[in-house]
Design a protein around this ligand. Structure first.
Ligand code: GAR
Length: 201
């Protein structure tokens, strides 16, 4: 049984999509060992508890970034987590943390990276006038929204889209590709060549 730790800051719909994929074995032989939030009031914490998933609230305020990350790492290690999934975790990670879990941290981002990194990626896409955007699951390295790409999905931007309608259309694809990416990483049938993740049969 492979063990997944999920970091959230908000509503946690990607976390729930991963929980569903584990339950239905689209992510085979795995379990969510813990959901950790840096926002103690995050709605996703309650939704995880409703599913019987263990949760930890770790307020980042009043600590340095690395102090906070070391506290998270202690919780993850205590549960022998194999993979760390950022699911709407809206804080930068320290380089200490990214090194400690190198090639074992995944992030989902609501654009086709390297386009539109950072906050409000869906609004950035509308403002730029692109006709297609999407979402990306990637390995996390020391730079923001930057590491090797595992999966992407393309989503059209429609003329009347608002941030809300576009975000909702992208979110459906996020939930699908995040589960696929986690299954791929835990399955181990890939190799990392520089920035490229190459699937093996
Ligand atoms: C998702 O759209 C995710 O891609 C985005 O935050 C949302 C979280 O929703 N993440 C980022 O923008 C990270 N840079 P959720 O809490 O319902 O999963």
């Amino acid at each position: 049984m492979r063990r997944i730790g999920v970091l959230i800051s908000g509503r946690g719909s990607n976390m729930l999509a991963l929980a569903d994929a584990v339950a239905t074995e689209r992510i085979p032989n795995a379990g969510i060992a813990v959901v950790i939030s840096n926002v103690t009031t995050a709605a996703g914490l309650e939704r995880a508890r409703e599913r019987g998933i263990e949760t930890v609230a770790l307020d980042h305020r009043g600590k340095t970034r690395e102090e906070h990350d070391r506290a998270m790492a202690a919780e993850l290690r205590a549960r022998e987590v194999d993979l760390v999934c950022l699911a709407g975790y809206m804080r930068l990670l320290s380089s200490w943390f990214t090194r400690e879990f190198e090639h074992r941290i995944l992030n989902i981002h609501p654009s086709l990276l390297p386009a539109f990194p950072g906050l409000n990626a869906q609004q950035q896409a509308i403002d730029y006038g692109v006709k297609f955007t999407g979402c990306t699951v990637h390995l996390v390295d020391e730079e923001l929204d930057h590491g090797p790409i595992i999966k992407q999905a393309v989503v059209p931007v429609l003329p009347d889209d608002t941030e809300e309608t576009l975000s909702a259309r992208i979110l459906i694809e996020e939930h699908r590709i995040y589960a696929e990416a986690v299954a791929l990483m835990l399955g181990g049938k890939f190799k990392i060549e520089g920035r490229r993740i190459v699937q093996r049969q």
